[in-house]
Write a protein that binds this ligand. Structure first.
Ligand code: SAH
Length: 226
């Protein structure tokens, strides 16, 4: 073995991820495929897991949280149907990986994270990659960020007990909110939901079963309206 074989060929692993895990399944949005083919995912995972950065499963990122499996990130981004001119709200910055993809796919990204340490680390990574079209906020994503609303797209990376009313209120007309919601007896029974604000009403579609970490919020008690 030569010394170069010690570090994985990330470029080849990334190309294989796009081909096998994304294009090889239901991901057809060329902008999503291009962004995920370009962004170095290994920069967003802890060193100990870097060799698995392009593996087909979630990885730990510290604070008991995970970076989602590439396919589910791609699936959610595709469901947002971004064109490039949107202001997007993300709940659950986590590693900052999806935040970086949103920076590539939309005009402006506002991202909320309850763990200050994760948010600070994500800010460093995004700045190191040269991104400038993002604002990271430490706070409770259940409440959204009304100061920057409305959003043409909102995405949530943690499962709530129900659809947070403040996020629906911050959705622009024609906008889409994609989020996992608990749907069953256990916290692991979850469904990915798409909420669209149409002219006169909301349209809510269930997309598929998923498994995310829980959205942790003091505001999420079942009987409150917000
Ligand atoms: N998409 C992220 C992964 C997110 S994991 C990535 O690419 O790395 C979900 C994140 O949601 C975790 O970092 C967790 O701390 C955060 N989170 C959970 N509840 C939250 C809340 N109420 N407000 C903001 N962030 C929250």
């Amino acid at each position: 073995m030569d010394t170069e074989s010690d570090s994985p060929d990330f470029e080849a692993l990334r190309a294989a991820m796009v081909r096998d895990q994304l294009a090889g399944r239901a991901i057809t949005d060329s902008r999503v495929l291009a962004a995920m083919g370009r962004l170095e995912r290994q920069r967003f995972v802890p060193e100990a897991h870097q060799a698995y950065a392009y593996a087909d499963y979630p990885l730990p990122i510290g604070e008991g949280q995970t970076i989602s499996q590439p396919y589910i990130v791609a699936y959610m981004l595709q469901a947002l149907a971004l064109k490039g001119d949107e202001r997007v709200l993300e709940v659950g910055t986590g590693s900052g990986y999806q935040t970086a993809l949103l920076c590539l796919l939309a005009a402006e990204v506002i991202s909320l994270e309850r763990h200050a340490a994760l948010s600070a680390q994500a800010a460093e990574r995004l700045a190191a990659l040269g991104f400038t079209n993002f604002t990271l906020i430490v706070g409770d994503g259940w409440l959204g960020a009304p100061q920057f609303a409305p959003y043409q797209a909102i995405t949530v990376g943690a499962a709530a007990s129900r659809i947070p009313p403040p996020l629906v209120a911050q959705l622009a007309e024609g906008g889409r909110l994609i989020l996992p919601v608990r749907d069953g007896k256990t916290p692991d029974d979850q469904v990915l939901v798409c909420v669209r604000r149409l002219r006169w009403r909301l349209r809510v579609d269930k997309l598929c079963g998923v498994r995310f970490v829980p959205l942790i919020s003091d505001h999420a008690t079942p009987n409150q309206s917000s």
